[in-house]
Design a protein around this ligand. Structure first.
Ligand code: NAI
Ligand code: 15L
Length: 268
């Protein structure tokens, strides 16, 4: 159990609720925050404060005395630029300023959509390593690339440690064929968050956050720094999922799937 409290943003969201329940049960001291009320009974020892990530003073207050910030709050799907900009651009800056003041580590819920315009590997083609170029597939993915680069900056300039989780598709079960490659089980997510907070030293690192899927798109990353290995696999769902294709050549070509096809106007 970490000695200092851990701040969890986005606590009322799908992944936040899961993390709050599991880490709370494990005896962690949690500070929970979100722009909407926390819908579940509070875990033992947890406090919840409602706040907007755009309110920098509120975020600084909430982070006081914390050793780590699990940053899961913000816009979590593709939206118009102005919608994404508030929580994911300005809000991200507030989270990093709070971490700098507290000398806390940031564990950032980044996304595969920061690199979604890389093509999917075919057959024996090489998997994508975590030091690949950013190829965001929309304004949301762009905000996640910015978030990862914010971590790069704050480590290089201020020594703020950060673990960037490039999450694939974290849901109770895979729901389509793409998730045979991208799925992350809730249990693997919880183990990953624990390892990212508890590792003695991380520096700035990037981790492909998906389960042990044989069909993964992704290769080398920095997981050895935190000692995490996924234990679940999407392969269990293959017979039910492999026919569930979109039928859209753009979506099927690129790693980001449906996000790449939103407002896609390229004709050459
Ligand atoms: P979610 O949308 O269920 O949760 C996000 C939470 O952030 C919501 O509770 C929302 O109220 C809160 N939020 C939004 N704007 C806010 C603001 N201005 N101030 C304070 N809180 C605000 O999303 P989910 O699925 O739980 O994802 C959590 C994080 O993980 C997100 O950052 C998302 O981008 C990232 N992620 C999730 C993936 C998944 O498969 N679920 C895949 C890749 C990344
Ligand atoms: C994400 O970044 C989203 O937050 C999530 O809702 C899924 O769409 C996921 O990516 C995905 O790519 O499946």
């Amino acid at each position: 159990v970490p000695t200092k409290p851990t701040l969890l943003t986005g606590a009322s969201g799908a992944l936040g609720r899961e993390l709050a329940r599991e880490l709370g049960q494990a005896g962690w001291t949690l500070r929970l925050t979100d722009i909407v009320p926390f819908p579940d009974p509070l875990p033992p020892g947890a406090v919840f404060r409602q706040a907007d990530l755009e309110d920098g003073v509120a975020i600084l207050r909430q982070a006081e005395g914390c050793g780590a910030i699990l940053h899961f709050g913000g816009i979590s799907v593709e939206k118009p630029f102005e919608t994404v900009a508030g929580a994911n651009i300005r809000g991200l800056f507030h989270v990093y300023e709070a971490a700098r003041r507290e000398r806390a580590r940031v564990v950032f819920a980044s996304s595969n959509h920061s690199i979604g315009f890389h093509e999917r590997p075919r057959g024996n083609e090489a998997k994508l390593d975590a030091d690949c170029a950013f190829r965001p597939d929309g304004y949301y993915g762009l905000s996640k690339a910015y978030g990862e680069l914010m971590g790069r900056l704050y480590w290089d300039k201020h020594g703020v440690e950060n673990v960037n989780l490039r999450i694939g598709s974290c849901f109770p079960e895979p729901t389509d064929a793409r998730m045979l490659s991208t799925w992350l089980s809730y249990a693997d997510l919880v183990r990953l968050a624990r390892a990212a907070v508890r590792a003695p030293r991380t520096g700035h690192c990037v981790i492909w956050a998906c389960s042990d899927n044989p069909a993964t798109f992704w290769g080398a990353d920095h997981r050895e720094r935190i000692g995490w290995r996924p234990q679940d696999t999407a392969e269990t769902y293959r017979t039910r999922m492999e026919g569930k294709l979109s039928g859209d050549p753009v979506q099927e070509r690129y790693q980001g799937g449906s996000y790449t096809a939103v407002d896609y106007t390229r004709d050459r």
